[in-house]
Design a protein around this ligand. Structure first.
Ligand SMILES: [Zn+2]
Length: 119
């Protein structure tokens, strides 16, 4: 677990317009290969009632070929707009996608620090 990647995930999260801003970055071989933040998913057909959110981990995975994501680590950071750190343990559907992408380990913020686990 390297704190520098949490700092980057936090920087990315600041682009989010959600009440709880979440950022994620994919790291492989000491390099950031992708990043993303949580945002509302709009579609032309369901513009006003679609309140579904695209989670930061999924945004980070979008467009990344599997041979790149395989063996990567993901760092996820979440905080409230007031800057208070929040739990960012990936939800079950995101865990499935991370696993399918071949991600090796995930690290995430919790209320009083950080945790990690192997997928
Ligand atoms: Zn999720």
């Amino acid at each position: 677990m390297k704190m520098q990647y949490f700092h980057i995930a936090r920087e990315v999260s600041l682009s989010s317009k959600m009440a709880k801003r979440m950022g994620a970055c994919l790291v492989k071989g000491g390099k950031i290969i992708s990043s993303g933040f949580n945002e509302r998913k709009y579609s032309k057909l369901a513009r006003f009632h679609d309140s579904k959110t695209r989670h930061a981990e999924i945004s980070a995975l979008l467009g990344v070929p599997k041979d790149k994501s395989r063996g990567a680590d993901v760092y996820v950071y979440r905080e409230w707009k007031n800057g208070r750190i929040a739990d960012s343990k990936p939800c079950p559907p995101c865990l499935v996608q991370l696993r399918l992408a071949g991600v090796d380990r995930i690290y995430y913020s919790i209320l009083d620090g950080f945790e990690g686990m192997k997928l």
